[in-house]
Design a binder for this molecule. Sequence first.
Ligand code: NAD
Length: 443
Amino acid sequence: MDVTIFGSGYVGLVTGVCLAEVGNNVLCVDVDPGKIELLNSGGVPIYEPGLEEMIHRNREAGRLSFTTDAEAGVKHGLFQFIAVGTPPDEDGSADLRYVLAVARSIAEHMDSYRILVDKSTVPVGTADKVANQVRESLSERGADLEFDVVSNPEFLKEGAAIEDFMRPDRIVVGTDNPRTAELLRALYAPFNRSHDRLMLMDVRSAELTKYAANAMLATKISFMNELSNIAEAVGADIEKVRVGIGSDPRIGYQFIYPGCGYGGSCFPKDVRALEQTARSLGYEPQLLHAVEAVNFRQKAVLFDKIQTWFDGDLSGRAFALWGLSFKPNTDDMREASSRVLMEQLWDAGASVQAFDPVATEEARRIYGERPDLTLTTDAMSAAEGADALVILTEWSEFRSPNFDAIRSALKSPVIFDGRNIVDGELARAVGLSYVSIGRAPLI
Ligand code: NAD
């Protein structure tokens, strides 16, 4: 089938390449000429495991191409996927400007029936707004053409995006048009083989399902982070509590790890947007508000621990940071806890020596060259001469470090583990102090 994808970011690129992988003919459109030029010259603007090889393979096979030409995109596909950003507006609600701009371009250039498939995370009611926009733009050019707008939210996880798209837990399709539903079922058939995972529902429920999923996951994290602070206060160990509660199948072990707060482009923005939607309808979403408030406070927990450790005097000190991305296997630093900590350390007059397996370029892009930020090419170089080591992202390669080497590299022997991933007893055995989340420090 011929498919067009508007937006070549994490979601658009992964959607495009996976649809091409199963034999569709995919054209990706983006307004960023630099991104399209890079993609057309064989480069990939983001880090996502497996993505580069897959793009290469499908370009070579002639099933995947990239353009800035919206008109060519609209002419190409029966399916017009919208996978552009929906960043937060000033009040936290989702900014629909990019989504509606795509709807306008589709209406300006379409010459026959099109299915607009919304993959961006958008508030309930957006499909109606998109349809209104298309109707308005069509009528401006005196055209009377048929189209459908479908909600098809994306549940992929950065870092495992290809696997998630190729073998999804669910494919949510929101439409009340049975013919369109069948066309989407056919498009998704290759990803829906072992058993039926396509969930057909009305558009509004599909739109809300995406927010509900992210809000639930964010709630689990904030719940555990709240408990970790209580555990510290009462002298308990949150990791023991985690194991204890996870054994109840109604709770489960997944996604109940305490840490230094969630980040990324989705949870913070989507919880705020859902909160805003509820408020705009006169409902005060107390739980959602608390989820975000707990997360905001949790992102400052490491700084508070560091400040206490050094008696409030951080000026002139250097801190080694391991991990900059908001989670492992991605270079995405949007709303990452590392950014909050770095900015707090800089404000306190300290400097940062940071290492991340893939996100150092992204850090350079965000912060530029500055004297209080050194980005290193390996983990041990970041630790060299630092006053403390702080672990911020649970990359696998940080889990079993050489504690002797860390002990020799650091000026003062202490590790702050924001993800509880290293063995504190092993650290202590070589004379390092170990401060983690939700349990007493090992000194
Ligand atoms: P992104 O910022 O990585 O990419 C968006 C892309 O859209 C950019 O390349 C931008 O240049 C392009 N764009 C903007 N306006 C355009 C236009 N008019 N025509 C064509 N391209 C245009 O965003 P993302 O992370 O891929 O997220 C996209 C959407 O998917 C968001 O709504 C997000 O909430 C949702 N989502 C993201 C994830 C994730 O893990 N990143 C997962 C599920 C859902």
